[in-house]
Design a protein. Structure first.
Length: 127
């Protein structure tokens, strides 16, 4: 998963920030889905790496994330943004592992519940 996240990160389109991010998800089928961030000159129109990977997963027919890797180089630990935490929550449970790393290694693993405590998800809408 780390290798796929790093390969996706290498293809990121980040001409404005220079901040490249890669992500890889393991779907319930066992297949892996990678994505990278894609910036846009109209800044709000950009797409995060996690969102790209989720789109690839859904397009392929998977609907459950079992595990996630997010890689980026920064001055400290880089975690998914708030919007991507919610996007992940749509397809993952609170106990889903999220591995965080940089160009060299996974440096920390947390659960989605740790990243997004007291989250709102699809289960809140079930009747």
């Amino acid at each position: 998963m780390l290798a796929q996240a790093l390969a996706a990160r290498a293809n990121a389109h980040a001409p404005y920030s220079g901040f490249k991010v890669g992500a890889c998800l393991r779907g319930e089928s066992g297949r892996l889905f990678a994505g990278c961030n894609v910036e846009n000159a109209a800044y709000p129109q950009g797409q995060c790496a996690e969102a790209s990977a989720i789109g690839a997963m859904v397009a392929a027919g998977d609907r459950r994330i079992l595990e996630c890797v997010v890689v980026a180089d920064g001055p400290g630990l880089v975690t998914p943004c708030g919007g991507c935490r919610q996007r992940l929550r749509e397809f993952a449970r609170d106990d889903t592992p999220v591995h965080l790393g940089d160009s060299n290694r996974i440096s920390r693993t947390v659960t989605l519940g740790e990243l997004l405590p007291l989250s709102f998800g699809p289960d809140h809408l079930k009747k």
